[in-house]
Design a protein around this ligand. Structure first.
Ligand code: UT7
Length: 335
């Protein structure tokens, strides 16, 4: 079936390795019951989350990236010294600058390499794959490391029961290389942004307003859950459909749907509205919570480890969240 699928964009990129890492410490729903007025039943019913992994005090996003890349090296025996660009999608960099990507470059001693962080919140990993495809296609770069990584626990308000039950920490890395024969695995891509709704989900930094909306300048995640939920089930579902239409594909043509793991109920609603079945859908929500830019690679790696993903299968990756922004790609799994 997939041999007949034609790319609707130009691509010469192939995924050649994957690695992931989550911190050791686990925060269960029972632990959260001790912090805020909540309970396991509510959390499981409303979100599908059972536990999340939380970074230690001394662990920051760069450390999670180092571990994910090390995991990739050990599993796929890949060379990292000749990587020529590192892109890290994160909303929780250790520092605004230097970038996390530059810390990854230093940690692995990669000599001739560009590095930049990309901030597109929960759409970050899919957006980074889109950009990596462009970098490879330009011919200026041949080997790009793409990482989605977060330590959301560092910016979570553990006195706000409507957000603190959601978020977790983790990192996932893809190595993407230009293929020797010029054929590529990225079949299609799509992005759309609604910045007018930016104030519905934010973490403050320098300003005390977003557009005309005054915000809480406390450096922690603030979310209007109901509004983001409504946006996700309507606008994100429309975005997924738009990506498929532009690719001349339907859910039946695609083997795996990997939406950002925001909330299990959102994933179920997206499936209902786009034609994917839950059996076709991969998520990392149950064991890892919402890990923003890391949620898609974590979900994919669970399937890789379980032997569920097969070479040449088609996957639709779809990130959405803070911005509010969306980024989706259809890609052939080449490992
Ligand atoms: O990744 C970035 C994108 N983010 C998202 O996609 C998140 C989108 N939003 C959501 O996932 C959901 O809106 C939440 C999980 C955040 C909340 O679920 P909900 O079903 O939308 O709940 P709600 O906000 O409508 O609140 C329902 C009730 C409220 O009580 P009242 O006003 O009905 O008495 C809340 O105060 O549930 C209450 N509530 C809780 N109860 C127990 C809110 N949080 C909790 C809690 N435990 N943790």
């Amino acid at each position: 079936m997939n041999d007949t699928i034609q790319s609707v964009i130009r691509s010469n990129a192939a995924i050649t390795a994957i690695g992931t890492y989550v911190p050791e410490r686990i925060l269960t729903n029972a632990d959260l019951e001790k912090l805020v007025d909540t309970n396991d039943e509510w959390i499981v019913q409303r979100t599908g989350i059972q536990e999340r992994h939380i970074a230690a005090d001394h662990q920051f996003t760069s450390h999670l990236c180092f571990a994910a890349v090390q995991n990739m090296i050990e599993r796929y025996n890949v060379e990292v010294n000749d990587i020529d660009y590192i892109l890290v999608a994160t909303s929780t960099p250790d520092a605004v600058f230097p970038s996390v990507a530059s810390q990854v470059q230093a940690h692995f001693g990669i000599e001739n390499c560009g590095a930049a962080d990309l901030q597109a919140a929960c759409a970050g990993f899919a957006a980074a794959i889109q950009l990596a495809n462009g970098l490879l296609l330009s011919g200026a770069y041949r080997k790009v490391l793409v990482i989605g990584a977060e330590t959301l626990s560092k910016i979570t308000d553990y006195s706000d029961r409507s957000t603190c039950i959601l978020f977790g920490d983790g990192a996932g890395a893809f190595l993407m290389e230009s293929s020797d024969d010029g054929s590529g695995d990225v079949v299609s891509m799509y992005s759309i942004t609604d910045g007018a709704r930016g104030h519905q989900l934010y973490r403050s930094s320098l300003a005390s307003a977003i557009g005309d909306h005054a915000i809480h300048a406390n450096g922690l995640i603030v979310q209007n859950g109901r509004e983001v939920y409504r946006w996700a089930v309507s606008h994100v579902a429309a975005g997924v459909k738009q990506l498929m239409t532009r690719s001349n594909l339907s859910a039946a043509d695609i083997d795996w749907f990997i939406p950002h793991s925001a909330n299990m109920r959102i994933i179920e609603a997206l499936c209902e509205r786009t034609g994917f079945t839950l059996d076709q859908t991969l998520s990392s929500i149950q064991r890892f919570g919402n890990t923003s830019a890391a949620s898609i690679p974590l979900a994919i790696d669970e399937a890789v480890k379980a032997g569920t993903l097969k070479q040449d299968q088609l996957m639709l990756l779809y990130g959405f969240g803070g911005g509010l922004t969306q980024a989706g790609i259809i890609i052939r799994w080449s490992l």
